[in-house]
Design a protein around this ligand. Structure first.
Ligand SMILES: [Ca+2]
Ligand SMILES: [Ca+2]
Length: 303
């Protein structure tokens, strides 16, 4: 199999469906801007966003932005036991391995769509420390069956507040979620760029999840911090679902008790997530986080 041509298609739409031969892709980019229909205030019900608890500390805000003038701020000032705390709009395709489903079994994976990327910018609201901060983003199937877990956290080291990020896969050997450092000692109040690059692979305990983090618009091989796996074994071992779990959205769980601290949280902006049939190559990473309203990679593969 040899790739002989590729081209890039940009689309100013939220939610994109392309089909050409063996290629399928769906993507959504959210800049939280007025031009995309976002108003400041609670994101609940805006543009397909779901918020489970009206008491959560979350809002579209114009206090800071990576692109434009608005972003989404949230924190774990209020936490609870709900898994689907805040859920982004779902794609119209389900990425997964053969036989996988999204939306709790209601949606079959789209044939050939075995890859999911989640690209975003974030920064701490605080410029010098945020005791109690612990928030996260996951790749999700639309029903709270998360498949990744990326955490942004205030650690306290020698009485100093340190901003760290972690990835938690499911480890079948220990039947638990080991906490793997992604990046540590990040600068408070500075935008960080993250790419979660998820390849679904047929069979158990073999998915590949690559975590990139940096401060540049282009994330490349030098920004690869962690290569790990997904939560695919969590479900058969703990909550059998009958099928492998796919992915079609982004979820934040506000489950970490802030210990009574008035946590300030993080700003999130330029969130792009995509279900595709091919793994982006480093040269295409420039496409992520560029404030695009939507994109898809169209690649022609000839055997
Ligand atoms: Ca923005
Ligand atoms: Ca697998």
């Amino acid at each position: 199999m040899r790739i002989i041509a590729s081209r890039i298609v940009f689309c100013a739409c939220a939610g994109l469906l392309l089909a050409s031969g063996s290629l399928y892709a769906a993507s959504i980019t959210i800049g939280f801007e007025a031009g995309q229909g976002y108003a400041t205030g609670s994101i609940s019900g805006q543009q397909g966003w779901f918020v489970a608890n009206a008491s959560y500390d979350q809002a579209v805000t114009n206090a800071a932005a990576h692109s434009g003038s608005q972003s989404f701020r949230f924190s774990n000032r209020v936490s609870d036991g709900i898994v689907q705390s805040i859920v982004a709009p779902g794609l119209n395709q389900c990425a997964g391995e053969t036989g996988a489903t999204c939306n709790g079994g209601a949606t079959a994976m789209t044939a050939g769509v075995t890859h999911f990327t989640q690209d975003f910018w974030w920064r701490s609201v605080s410029g010098n420390g945020d005791p109690g901060l612990s928030v996260n983003l996951s790749v999700d199937d639309g029903s709270g069956r998360r498949m990744t877990f990326f955490r942004m956290k205030n650690d306290v080291v020698n009485n100093v507040n340190v901003l760290d990020t972690y990835y938690l896969p499911y480890d079948t050997g220990i039947h638990d979620f080991p906490v793997i450092p992604v990046d540590s000692g990040l600068t408070w109040g500075v935008w960080e760029h993250v790419l979660i690059d998820f390849s679904f692979i047929n069979g158990p305990n073999n998915d590949v999840v690559k975590i990139y983090e940096g401060t540049g618009a282009i994330l490349g091989p030098a920004d690869l911090k962690v290569t790990s796996t997904s939560w695919e074994q969590y479900y058969p071992e703990n909550q059998p679902q009958g099928t492998p779990i796919g992915a079609n959205t982004t979820l934040m769980r506000l489950g970490s008790d802030a210990g009574g601290n008035s946590v300030q949280g993080i700003y999130l902006d330029d969130l792009t997530y995509s279900a595709t049939s091919s793994v982006p190559e480093p040269a295409t990473f420039a496409l992520f986080g560029g404030g695009l309203l939507g994109l898809a990679l169209l690649r022609r593969v000839v055997r």
